[in-house]
Design a protein around this ligand. Sequence first.
Ligand code: IPM
Ligand code: MG
Length: 377
Amino acid sequence: MDYHIAVIKGDGIGPEIVDATIPVLDTVGKEYGHRFKYEYLLAGGAALDAGGDPLPKATVKKCKASNAVLLGAVGDPKWDSQPGGLRPEAAILGLREALGLFANLRPAMVYGELSFACPLKPEIIEGGLDLLIVRELTGGIYFGKRGTETIGEASGFGKLVDHLRGEKTLPPGRFAYDVEQYTEFEIKRIAHVAFDMAMKRGGHVTSVDKANVLDSSRLWRAVMEEVHVKYPEVKLDHMYVDNAAQQLIKNPKQFDVLATSNMFGDILSDEASQITGSIGMLPSASLGEGSFGLYEPIHGSAPKYAGSDIANPVATILSAAMLLRYSLNLGTEAAAVEKAVGDCLAAGYRTPDILTDGKIKVGTQECGRLVAGFVGK
Ligand code: IPM
Ligand code: MG
């Protein structure tokens, strides 16, 4: 069967890690009788350079017309001081919003082979670590009203700013705000994703919030409880985000699925990635209502490593495996890719980020070819 995959290479190491992943998908196609048709699209800094818009309309349109999107990484400090504040990150946030990708799945697991790279004491991750962060992706403070005003001047946002200011008399000077907000609808749909995932895994959801302080978190907690009624097989508990940050280090094995807001999920997923030893290993899936999704490594564009063929492509390869599983319903093929990554590591091949004595150093493209070779075995 033919599948249409929109491919956004992006900036920094993005093009290299994507180039290393395509041979893996092609081998899956050959071995299992599928045809993957790639449409290469611009977004991020590359699109800013090409046409002044980090997220061209044509990119959104073509993504929507595809079965799934594979993305490398976007961003480079070179665009940090763009006139008008246009940053490459606007592309990724814009894509999430335009494509309705409200559910972000960020698994963190420690490969036995790489447990040495975990910065925690060995006994803390003994027996392996396998948790899944389900991060709400199109709501919360990322998409709430924001602005910068000067106290005393007319406000651009009228009522909202009056309300924010009205709480107390503010001293003169600049005033900036970002509103954390959640609707019941948004919490409900991400709750369902978290519980559905837990049903397929360890049957345990930890909902992370700051309900001791925030109204939006109190609603989050209440709606989680309400949706939980439909999942009696799943255990639900709640944890404040500051405690969750501690517990991830102290006893990460207590977690199965962590369900949380956009902002808390952003922070906790970086923390969780470090437990696994290398951020270069972790994939992610961003899903909407149907099977369509966007798949990207959780790491950034690492501009200082760009063009040197040293970046680890495994996070992108594993993202492609998630693409096969969630958007194309090719679970067997996805498992074959995941196994090939394990085989490649077991055979001793390592990119520099996970290299140790006695192992075989390989570059980005070589790593991709090796994993592809193991898929074909
Ligand atoms: C991530 C990134 C993005 C986010 C940035 C690049 C906008 O940190 O995907 O975790 O904050 O969501
Ligand atoms: Mg992040």
